[in-house]
Design a protein around this ligand. Structure first.
Ligand SMILES: Nc1nc2c(c(=O)[nH]1)N[C@H]1C(S)=C(S)[C@@H](COP(=O)(O)O)O[C@H]1N2
Ligand SMILES: [Mo]
Length: 199
């Protein structure tokens, strides 16, 4: 017999289809920042595509906010082992931002206010896998969580989701970002538990 309470109390912690190995589920939204929270006024904010491109692109805040946006519900996984399920974000797909860009590079380096960087293959930003998000749960993204806008790459560990992101540099060579340079895995697939270099 299945007791009445059983179906209502979902044991997501134990659902291997939702939770990558070594992770636990939390309802909290921890703040993990390697430095102080930058406060860039929207008047001086821009998002740019630069590097190995036919021509650099840049949007100021108003132009960025006029781009087509989407709202997505995704699970996020931090390398410190918390996962948060069904998080809702609104932002601009990298497919929109990179539409029509011609590049000779296969790699991307996201850069942020405050100097944070993170690297990933260009293809991991494409085909509906990455966004520059400016709302969380229907509200403006809080500065501590990366507002006004952050990268969102939910299929990789959350350190790849650069807070306060200001642009993406496309490159022929793969330049390690901030945490990747301190021994974290270069790619960071949570389903393969790629936490540290060598995993
Ligand atoms: N600019 C910047 N982005 C960052 C970080 C950071 O220190 N600086 N920390 C990363 C790490 S390790 C994680 S787990 C998430 C944390 O996001 P949160 O503070 O919104 O939970 O942001 C990532 N993006
Ligand atoms: Mo993290």
């Amino acid at each position: 017999m299945v007791s009445r309470g059983f179906r209502g109390r979902r044991r997501l912690e134990g659902d291997p289809a939702r939770v990558p190995p070594g992770q636990y589920v939390t309802d909290d939204f921890p703040v993990l920042s390697a430095g102080p929270t930058p406060r860039t006024p929207l008047e001086s904010w821009s998002f740019g595509i630069r590097g190995a491109v036919d021509r650099p692109l840049s949007w100021d805040w108003d132009a960025f906010r006029a781009l087509p946006a989407e709202t997505v519900t995704v699970d996020i996984h931090c390398v410190t082992k918390w996962s948060k399920l069904d998080t809702s974000w609104t932002g601009v797909s990298l497919d929109v931002l990179l539409d029509g860009v011609e590049t000779s590079g296969d790699f991307a380096l996201a850069f942020s206010d405050g100097g944070y960087t993170t690297n990933l293959p260009l293809e991991d930003l494409l085909d509906g896998k990455a966004w520059v998000a400016y709302e969380f749960g229907g509200e403006a993204l809080e500065p501590e969580h990366g507002g006004p806008a952050r990268l969102l790459v939910p299929h990789l560990y959350f350190w790849k989701s650069a807070k306060w992101v200001r642009g993406v540099e496309l490159r022929a060579d793969d330049e390690p970002g901030f945490w990747e340079g301190y021994g974290y895995h270069n790619y960071g697939d949570p389903w393969k538990e790629q936490r540290y270099a060598g995993d």
